[in-house]
Ligand binder design. Structure first.
Ligand code: MTE
Length: 315
């Protein structure tokens, strides 16, 4: 779906960030990408890193008019339980993850199933910049400049059949790369799901980069979901399998604590978590708290998906 009219989050990055800061960051990003490329990456990836760095300059849709969260908070304050349950663990431990090469198994109710190389599923020549708020169920939030393609573009490629009603995602579960798998804090592999109309909504993004660079391992390299109107845990990282199903798939957090985490998990200040309020949130890098917005502020684009549903029962 092409968005013709502008929304509040569709500012260009230049109008969000002061120009000198913007240019400085661009220079830094290009420098960092080049340094990374010099160490290990084969040429094809070095080329991709350069392309990613250049993307940050492109004026596109889906920009936020809010300040970006500092990059080091986005990459060092993480939830990725496969690398440990503390916020600093993924940054410390995710160097073990080997995101290249990467393939994704596609199965279930699709006409084009198979084992796809990442580059065959994601069109790296059509990457978009999107600045999205990420609202964690733990009542903190960030504003992140993501790079990726719409999930819909990938689903169209694999051709869902008419009986497909849900999309199920699975994260890699390799104990050699992921030390956190030793602990049964969740039922591994990490799994998530969306209803197919949610998945086809243009906001749903498969991200391969942030801040103009390839996705750092701790943020879910090489590809993760970003569903900005839902709590952050729906945004599954390091995806190795995408399945189209007729029935609602199980999801990791719902399996682990069904009273606390439902399948939908839309950001909703009217529905408290059983152990804390969801009315307010702490924006990482800011003092004080701000009001949480229903659907994380993206209601204009997604509220229709839930027309007639009781979002207290289907939380
Ligand atoms: N994906 C996997 N595979 N494992 C996880 O533990 N944590 C989720 C989500 N995706 C998680 C995951 C949670 S709780 C949040 S809030 C976001 O990732 C955090 O994304 P970030 O670390 O990039 O901010």
């Amino acid at each position: 779906m092409l968005i013709k009219h502008k929304h509040s989050w569709q500012e260009t990055e230049n109008s969000v960030t002061g120009e000198s800061l913007y240019l400085n960051r661009r220079t830094l990003m290009v420098g960092a990408a080049a340094a990374g490329a010099a160490i290990a990456a084969p040429n094809v990836f070095a080329q991709r890193e350069r392309e990613l760095a250049e993307l940050a300059a492109r004026p596109t849709e889906y920009k936020s008019n809010e300040s970006l969260t500092p990059e080091n908070a986005v990459t060092q304050y993480n939830n990725f339980y496969e690398f440990g349950v503390s916020k600093g663990d993924p940054y410390q431990n995710a160097w073990r993850l080997q995101p290249k090469p990467w393939s994704i198994q596609v199965d279930g109710l699709v006409d084009k199933p198979g084992e796809y190389a990442l580059e065959d599923l994601i069109d790296f020549n059509a990457l978009e910049d999107r600045i999205y708020r990420l609202r964690c169920v733990e009542a903190w939030s960030m504003v992140v400049p993501w790079i990726g393609v719409s999930l819909a573009s990938v689903l169209k490629k694999i051709e869902p059949q008419s009986g497909a009603k849900y999309v199920r995602f699975e994260t890699l579960a390799d104990p050699k790369q992921m030390p956190g798998l030793r602990w049964p804090v969740l039922d591994w592999p990490y799994v998530e799901g969306l209803r197919i109309d949610e998945a086809m909504n243009d906001l749903a993004l498969l991200a391969v980069g942030l801040y103009g660079k390839e996705l750092p391992n701790q943020n879910g390299a090489p590809v993760r979901l970003v569903v900005p109107w839902k709590y952050g845990f729906k945004s599954i990282k390091s995806i190795v399998r995408i399945s189209l199903t007729e029935t609602e798939p199980k999801t990791s957090w719902n399996l682990s604590a069904p009273r606390e985490y439902g399948f939908y998990s839309n950001v909703n200040p009217e529905v408290d978590h059983p152990r804390w309020s969801q009315k307010r949130e702490r924006r990482i890098g800011e003092f004080g708290r701000r009001e949480t917005q229903k659907f994380n502020g993206y209601g204009e684009m997604v509220a229709d998906l839930y027309a007639g549903m009781d979002l207290r029962a289907k939380f």
